[in-house]
Each structure stands twice: as structure tokens, then as C-alpha cells.
Design a protein around this ligand. Structure first.
Ligand SMILES: *Cc1c(COP(=O)(O)O)cnc(C)c1O
Length: 368
């Protein structure tokens, strides 16, 4: 972890996003933030208290993420998307013991949870995941009724919810999502104390008919739009900004070069700043020669190839630049050229990948 790199996470931005999203789903629908991969790189340790106060539970990918939430003293609803695999009985038992809601999508998963519940001497609560067309995890819709019946027959396992996941809710073409939604509805039992859920951020923003009893939102809570198609639906505020400091400033002659491959040639006498962040810290190498950082409120283009732990930026046009100056690597201003969404565009990826990668190697700080 590099103590000279700081990801500042804005509490007021997260509160703003949740307020807006609550307005969208209304009072009768629960809001379950998806906090996998350390809150998409934003930092679980700092965001946990804020999210625990404002939401109705948590969803995680891995069992250990669920157990970590319990170890923070959280007693509420936690849904785990993935499972304890490969006969990892210890983790499996811990999930049941700590009352984590597990996902069931096959008879063998049901059997393994059932065995665990027997060992632990507690009823295991599960949600059934249905593959309605994404072609990833989930019981095929056709087999869902049988699996629902099998769970209901089990003495040790209690079915408390049913869910599915959309593949294209962020795209303009609505056909695939409509098909998934229709298929999902056909397998839902009539009477209901079950929590039914389907919507990720994109579906929450764009498909009110997918809200059911609860929405599972990740990226929108952190203030990014799931895709360009969904811009301007709501006024989300990105909550992450990343800062470093200049560790060196040097003069480069016209015609000289810098970085691996000597890929960048200076077309004029230039001043260059060295920033101690690189692809090892999640600043993508594909941003070489494309992105800008901001110093003293001005753009400084990333020149030359991004290295593992440092990169060079052209500061010729920024007056009075000196060692120790703040470098804004990521801006939380959604109209800035170095905002997460724009960097994702330049790197040919999605905002999720940018924040996840940036999360691992730096300090996280909760700011107003
Ligand atoms: C990651 C994930 C989500 C959250 O998706 P966003 O697009 O970030 O809202 C919701 N549901 C499941 C099953 C997921 O894996």
C-alpha cells in the first residue's frame, strides 16, 4: 500500500446518490448496495458505516466478503452471490452459522448447504438464482420450479428470495432484457413472502418494472453511470478522486524522448513532471499518451508510456510547477477530462474496471 497515493471518497456524494436512487425506487423497494471487490475499489472500511446507515442490507460476491461484513458487527441481511466451493466445509459452515443468505442454483449446491445446516444446527436461508438469459450462473428457468420445490421440501434450508441478473440492461436495444424479464416472471411463485429481485444499476435507472421488492446496485451508488446510454437519467455524483504529488520536475530538450520504448518525443523544449503512480497502482498503461492529470487546476498530458509505479506528465504550459505540488489523477467532477468515466472511455473499458484497479494500492480516506 502506498501512503503517498490517496483515494478520497466523498461521503456527501454517496449520500446524494443514495437519496436520488431511493427517490427512483420509492419507499416499498429495498436498496441493497453491491459491495464486492472492496466496494468496487472505493474501500469497504470507510464506506461500511455510511452504507449500513442508509441501506437495507449488503450484497457481496465471495463468502469471505460476507464474513468480513459480519466481523464489522453488521447483523442485517447479507446476500452472497457466489458460494463456498470445492468442499470448503469450514467456510460453508461459517456462512450458515453467521446467517449469511446464500445463493442456490443447483441441487448439488442445495445438498451442500443442507449438509452444512445439519452440522451447524441452524436453518440456512437462501435465495434462488435463475438464469433467465444471461448464460452465466443460475438454474435454467425451466428447472427452477423443481429446485424451488426441492428447497421448500428441505427441513434445514429456507427459501427467502428469488433473483435473476440482466445481461444488457445498460444497452439501447431493449429486446434481450424484455425477454429475460418475461421468462423470470413465469417462474415466480404466486404467493409471496419471498424477496424478488432482478435489477442492477442499469435496470434500476432504466426499467422501473424490474424493481420488484429490492434492487442490487453497485456502480450507481458510487456515482458512475453503468453506460453512456444511461447518461442524464439521474444526476449522480462520482464519489472517488485520486491524488498524488509531483516527485520530480525536469527539463527536456526539443527532440529528446522519455519512457519505455522512448515512445514519446518532445516537440519543443519542455518541462516534465514525474508522478509516482503507474499500472501497478491501477492506472492503466493504455492511458499512455491519451489521458491528462490536473495540476494547479490545469491539464497536464500523460506523455510517454505509463510504467508500473510512475509516469511522466507534460507541465510545460503550467506556470510555477514544483516538486510537491498536488496531482489530481482522478477527478470527481464528472465533466473533468480525468473523471473515471472519461478515463474508462480512453482506456477502452468501463468505469467499474478503473475504480476496482485503483482501489488496491493506495490509502482511502472518507471526506465530506
Ligand atoms: C455486480 C452485480 C450487481 C451490481 O451491478 P451494477 O451494474 O454495479 O449495479 C448486481 N447483481 C449481481 C448479481 C452482480 O454480480
Amino acid at each position: 500500500m502506498k501512503n503517498y497515493l490517496t483515494a478520497s471518497i466523498s461521503e456527501s456524494a454517496v449520500r446524494h446518490n443514495i437519496a436520488i436512487l431511493r427517490g427512483l425506487i420509492g419507499n416499498d423497494v429495498k436498496l441493497c448496495p453491491v459491495v464486492k471487490d472492496d466496494c468496487f475499489g472505493h474501500g469497504m472500511d470507510i464506506l461500511f458505516p455510511v452504507l449500513a446507515e442508509l441501506t437495507d442490507g449488503f450484497a457481496v460476491a465471495a463468502p469471505m466478503e460476507a464474513l468480513e461484513l459480519r466481523s464489522k458487527g453488521y447483523h442485517g441481511f447479507i446476500l452472497c452471490f457466489l458460494s463456498a466451493y470445492f468442499d470448503d466445509f469450514k467456510v460453508q459452515d461459517e456462512l450458515v452459522w453467521q446467517e449469511i443468505t446464500q445463493t442456490v442454483m443447483s441441487n448439488s449446491a442445495l445438498a451442500s448447504i443442507e449438509a452444512s445446516a445439519k452440522r451447524v444446527g441452524k436453518t440456512a436461508r437462501v435465495h434462488l438464482k435463475v438464469d433467465s438469459g444471461m448464460g452465466r450462473l443460475g438454474v435454467p428457468a425451466k428447472q427452477a420450479p423443481d429446485l424451488i420445490a426441492a428447497i421448500r421440501d428441505s427441513e434445514y434450508v429456507e427459501l427467502s428470495g428469488i433473483y435473476t441478473h440482466f445481461a444488457t440492461a445498460d444497452e439501447r436495444d431493449r429486446t434481450a432484457t424484455e425477454n429475460q424479464l418475461e421468462l423470470f416472471k413465469t417462474i415466480l411463485p404466486e404467493q409471496g413472502s419471498l424477496t424478488i429481485h432482478a435489477a442492477n444499476s442499469a435496470a434500476t435507472l432504466d426499467w422501473p418494472e424490474t424493481h420488484f421488492d429490492m434492487v442490487r446496485m453497485g456502480i450507481a451508488i458510487y456515482g458512475c453511470h453503468p453506460s453512456d446510454q444511461l447518461h442524464n437519467r439521474v444526476d449522480l455524483k462520482p464519489c472517488m478522486s485520486v491524488k498524488a504529488k509531483l516527485i520530480a520536475v525536469k527539463h527536456m530538450r526539443e527532440g529528446s524522448r522519455s519512457g519505455y520504448g522512448l515512445a514519446h518525443e518532445y516537440k519543443r523544449d519542455s518541462r516534465v513532471g514525474i508522478v509516482p503512480i503507474g499500472y501497478g497502482d491501477g492506472y492503466f498503461r493504455s492511458l499512455s499518451g491519451q489521458a491528462v492529470v490536473r495540476i494547479n487546476g490545469r491539464d497536464a498530458p500523460v506523455c510517454g508510456r505509463v510504467s508500473m509505479d510512475q509516469m511522466t506528465v507534460d507541465v510545460t504550459d503550467i506556470p510555477d510547477v514544483k516538486v510537491g505540488d498536488d496531482v489530481e489523477v482522478i477527478s470527481s467532477d464528472p465533466s473533468a477530462p480525468n473523471c473515471v468515466e472519461n478515463l474508462a472511455r480512453l482506456a477502452g473499458t468501463i468505469p467499474y474496471e478503473i475504480t476496482c484497479h485503483l482501489g488496491h494500492n493506495m490509502r482511502h480516506r472518507l471526506v465530506d
